[in-house]
Design a protein around this ligand. Structure first.
Ligand SMILES: [Mg+2]
Length: 134
């Protein structure tokens, strides 16, 4: 499982969802949390922190957002040499379930369907960790 000091970026256009995700992470012991309100802002943070020694180690990102959607950010991340193995978890709504195949092909680590329980959330993070640390 991701160690407690993992630097995590939470991206969602809804502040209430960001708070929910952050609070769930805090309950799990994670303290190094950053947040962004859309894919573009998320990418800016990723780039700013890249190669600083405080680079982001896990992205938890909403699917449907203005400016840059989660899938587009994922594709951008996977196309960037330093981030090909960056754990990237997508948050989707039930209506986006059918599009998940596209995210799998794009290299998503795991996806979590909203609304989610704390247990599901933790299980998905464990699975994402295992996927990148075999
Ligand atoms: Mg959204």
């Amino acid at each position: 499982m991701f160690p407690p000091e993992t630097r995590i970026l939470v991206i969602d256009d809804m502040p209430s969802i960001r708070d929910l995700v952050k609070n769930t992470l805090k309950t799990m012991g994670y303290k190094n949390l950053q947040e962004a309100g859309d894919g573009e802002e998320g990418l800016k943070i990723l780039m700013q922190l890249n190669s600083t020694g405080t680079n982001i180690q896990l992205v938890i990102c909403d699917w449907n957002m203005p400016k840059m959607k989660g899938l587009d950010l994922l594709k951008h991340v996977r196309a960037t040499a330093e981030w090909t193995n960056l754990p990237f978890v997508l948050l989707t709504s039930e209506s986006e379930r059918d599009q998940v195949t596209e995210a799998v092909l794009a290299g998503v680590s795991q996806y979590i369907v909203k609304p989610f329980s704390a247990k599901i959330f933790e299980d998905k993070l464990k699975a994402a960790w295992q996927k990148h640390n075999k």
